[in-house]
Design a protein around this ligand. Structure first.
Ligand code: 6PG
Length: 239
C-alpha cells in the first residue's frame, strides 16, 4: 500500500514524519518487544533525528541500523553514523548494544558488507536465503533518483541474494541494504525535500520510468510505502 503526502514545507514534512514514526514505535511495541529502525543518511533526515532526540521513547526496545553508509571512518564528517549520533543517538540514553552501525574500518568493503549481513542475520535469527523484516526503513532520494547507496546503473541494483552489498558512488565504495532487504520491510518511509528532486520524482511516479536509471522506483515493500514530500519537491505530482 502506497501513501504519498505533500507537506507545505520541509519543517512541516519533518514534524509529520516525527509524528508518524513515534506513533509507529508505540503501536508496534504493543504487539512485540523490539522495534527495528534503519536510518537514512544524507542531509534531509538530520532535523528529524534532532526532533527524535527530544522525544521520550522506550530506547531499550528500539534497535538502530542504517540503510547505507559511506565507506569512511565512523568519525569522518561524511559518515551517516556520525550524523545520526550527533543529532540523536549520542544525545539520549540508547543502550550501546542497540546501535548496529555498518562496519567501515577494515579496508575491505565486501568483507565488511558480509560481516554486517551476518550481524543482521544473527539479530533477526534468519538463515541464508531468508530475508528479515525491519519494522521501519527510512530512505532519502538523491537528485539522480538513487536511494540508500543504490545508484543508477550500478551492480548493487542487481543483487538479489544478499542483505547488504557494496554500493558505488562515482567510484567511491559504500555499504547498502539491497532491494530484497528493503522490500521485505513492514514499512518504508521516503523523506524527500527540495525542488531539485522534482525531475527524478517525475520519472519515479511515471509509468515508464527506468528503474535502473531511477533506483528509488524499484522500492516496492511488501508492507507500507510512504512518500513524504515537501511542496518544492512534490508540487507537480498529481494524486
Ligand atoms: C546517503 C544517503 C542517500 C541520501 C540521498 C538524499 O548516504 O547520502 O543514504 O541515499 O538519502 O542522497 O540525500 P539528501 O537528503 O542530502 O538530499
Amino acid at each position: 500500500m502506497t501513501h504519498i503526502q505533500v507537506l507545505s514545507d520541509k519543517p512541516t514534512l519533518i514534524s509529520h514524519a516525527l509524528n508518524l514514526i513515534v506513533d509507529k514505535i508505540h503501536t508496534t511495541l504493543q504487539q512485540q518487544d523490539k522495534f527495528t529502525l534503519a536510518l537514512a543518511g544524507g542531509s534531509t533526515p538530520k532535523p528529524l533525528y534532532e526532533a527524535l532526540a527530544q522525544q521520550s521513547l522506550p530506547l531499550e526496545k528500539i534497535h538502530i541500523f542504517w540503510g547505507d553508509e559511506r565507506y569512511v571512518p565512523a568519525d569522518d564528517n561524511e559518515s551517516n553514523q556520525l550524523m545520526a549520533r550527533q543529532a540523536w543517538l549520542d544525545q539520549v540514553d540508547f543502550p550501546p548494544a542497540n546501535i548496529h552501525p555498518m562496519p567501515t574500518n577494515n579496508n575491505d568493503p565486501a568483507h565488511d558488507a558480509q560481516t554486517h549481513e551476518q550481524e543482521i542475520r544473527e539479530f533477526f535469527g534468519v538463515k541464508a536465503g531468508e530475508f528479515p523484516t525491519f519494522d521501519l526503513i527510512l530512505l532519502g532520494m538523491g537528485d539522480d533518483g538513487h536511494t540508500a547507496s543504490l545508484f543508477p546503473k550500478t551492480e548493487a541494483l542487481t543483487v538479489s541474494d544478499r542483505l547488504v552489498t557494496v554500493g558505488n558512488k562515482d567510484g567511491k565504495p559504500r555499504l547498502t541494504f539491497t532491494y530484497p532487504l528493503i522490500n521485505h520491510a513492514h514499512c518504508v518511509m521516503f523523506l524527500v525535500a527540495g525542488e531539485n528532486k522534482r525531475p527524478a520524482l517525475a520519472q519515479i511516479f511515471s509509468e515508464n520510468g527506468d528503474e535502473t536509471l531511477y533506483p528509488a522506483k524499484a522500492v516496492k515493500p511488501q508492507g507500507e510505502l510512504i512518500w513524504l514530500l515537501d511542496e518544492a519537491a512534490g508540487a507537480e505530482l498529481n494524486g
